[in-house]
Structure formats: structure tokens, C-alpha cells
Design a protein around this ligand. Sequence first.
Ligand code: SF4
Length: 417
Amino acid sequence: MNYAETETLSRKMKDAGYQQVSFNGVADYYVINSCSVTESANKKSRQAIRAAHRRNPNASIIVVGCYAQLKSKEISAIEGVALVLGVKEKFNIVERIREFEEKHAVMSCVSAISEVESFSPSFSCSERTRAFLKVQDGCNYRCSYCTIPLARGKSRNPSIASLVEQAEEIAACGVKEIVLSGINIGDFGQSTGETFIDLLRALDKVSGIERYRISSIEPNLLTTEVIDFVAHSRAFMPHFHIPLQCGCDEVLRLMRRRYNTDFFRKKIEEVHSKIPDAFIGMDVMVGSMGETDEYFRKSYNFIESLGISFVHVFTYSEREQTDALKIKPHVQESVRTARSVELHALSEKMHQDFYKKFDGQIRPVLFETKTKDGLYVGFTDNYIRVQAKIPYNARNQIIAVELQYKDGCMYGVIHNV
Ligand code: SF4
């Protein structure tokens, strides 16, 4: 999501006559699109600000994004920061820079999140093989640990027609794959009364786009209709990312998630039965408030039993203004780290088991890059990373390869070249 927005900011500035240079180079303006999903994300944003200031102490640093929305005062005080733009103001970056150039004083433009209602279209297009298209923003849920609704505002979306136009624009750039991005994308339709499934149906018809992936969808919004559609659609890949957060009902209740483990298991079984080769990833947060040793063990065993492909492990961090802060017991940092290590190891095993299942199969790969060793790298429809030696330019081409698993990696072999 931030990637789509960063690219959009970059296009706006280039259209206004600014020249883009590498972030590691010397620039007059550095724009940092900050994240605030965890405390470590805040820290990384502060490090990026300081690094930019070191690179060119005379530069003006512009900080936008969730951290800017939530902590504008803190950010304005960091040396080198010239402009802090909240969620509502960030896409007016060019106008705000002009204002800054006239006044030449630190400016903080951050509206109250309750005032943020507009949707700013965003997509990335520069990578030439895969684009990120923002289809929804904000969230109406209130998970007890999460600050995103405070940083991003209410759930909102543009019309399906405008998203189809953006997908056509992306196709015209020669990009073959689009990742649908948002904060809670299954909640699509709050602004327009349209539905997520109708969005998928409309996008599936855009010619030139050969592949779509749904970045992440809440389990309670992954309907049977959506699963059936993905199973039979032209271009939606057999790939789901479903945030579980914890595999223990007691903790899910404390988190105020809208499902229990029984519901989640049935959802995974439904995907497995209808799309047996699907890649299923999920997010899990470890060490959240109230996660006792017993609850963590329950969660671990539940995750292990699901037979999914990958776990994206997050370590809980306290976020200001969240209800989770009132929950007891707090989990010690060292315990959080130990749980994260344990779950990462489980995820690695699941990932490898998933890869091994496809050894010897022929699957289509969209090749994206070429390594220094001369191997092309890309992903299958079901998100297996494949490296292959190909004697012609395979970049941005979908090629059927025979998969060969070796030492934790998947290689692709092309026949009849
Ligand atoms: S669904 Fe929950 S975790 Fe996700 S953005 Fe909304 S409040 Fe946060």
C-alpha cells in the first residue's frame, strides 16, 4: 500500500518538474513515506530521516504517512525535517512544497483523522512486471492492538469504473501482474455501495493484465463467492494471504478479531478443497497482551495443524491509544522474541514442505529479474519463487517450466527451447 502511494507521490513530483534521484544520493528534498504499524516501523522512519539529514544537511526532509499522521510534533522536532504531511495532505505534496519555499519555516499540515474522507488513487507502475493498485483505504474495525484506523481513517474506496481505468493504464505500461492493495480490502464498497466480488469480476476482464493477487483479506470477508471466483477466474492467481493473528480463541477475543479458530479452520479447508494448489500465507502476531504460555502453545499447535504455506510473523509492540494496553498479562520482551523465533522456524518448515509438493510439476512463471549469476527469477501462479537459466530475454514473460526442488530452492527447467 505504501509502495503504491510512494510511487504516486513520485509521479506527482516528476510531473511538476522535479528530478528523481536515488535516496542514497544527494537531494534537495527527501520524501519519507512513514509506516507506524509497529514501534520498530516508527524507529525505522526516524533512522531514515537522520540518514537523509546526514547525506545532505542542507536538504529539506518531507515526512508523510501514518507516523506523520500520528506523531507530527515528534517528527517536526527532528533536525532537517521541513514538512510533515498527514493522510489528507500528503497528495498535495507539490502545493505544500511551494508554500514551504515561500515561507521557509517548518510546516506541519495534519488534519484530524475524523475529517479524512477522500480517497486518493494510487498505483505503482515502475517495476514493469508487477504493479500495486490501491483499491481501498482505512478501516472500520477496531482490533484492540491496532492504530491503523487512527492513522488511516474510515474505510473508503473509489468506484469500480475508476479502478478498471487505472488497471488499463497499468496494462498500457506493459505490466502483466497487479497486486490489489488496501487496508481492509474485503470491506470494499463502503463509499460506493459496490461489492468486492464485483470489483474482482470487472478487473478480471481487463486485457493485458494476466495476473492478479489479492494482497491480504480478513478471514470473515473471504466469502465462498470470492473463493469460487478465484478458483475459476481468468487471471486471479491461486494465492491468498489471510491474517490469523493468533490461533487461540481466548486471545482472538481479547484482540477483538471477528472470527474464532473453528471458523478460520473451515475457511482454510474450503480454500484447500476448491483450490488444492493454492499458496496460503497468513499473519500471526506473537507476544500480544494476554498471550500466556498456554495460549501461545495452543496457537502454535493450531497453526501447525492448518497445512498452510507461510506465516508472516510479527512481534507485538505497544501502541499508544489502543485498548490492548489495558489487557494483562504483559509478555516480556525476551519471551516475545523466543516465540517469534519458534514461529519463524515453523513457517520456514511449512514453506519448504509447500515447495517440495510441487517438485516435478510444470507451472507458469512470470519472470521478473535476472541475478548476477545469470539466472532469471520469478514466481509461479501459486507464488513459488523460481530461478531458471533461460537462453533469451525472459523478463516480463510468462513461461511454463518444470519445477525442480533442491537445497531449499526451486529451480525451473524449460523444455523445447
Ligand atoms: S482489520 Fe483490525 S488489524 Fe486490520 S487494519 Fe483494521 S483494525 Fe487494524
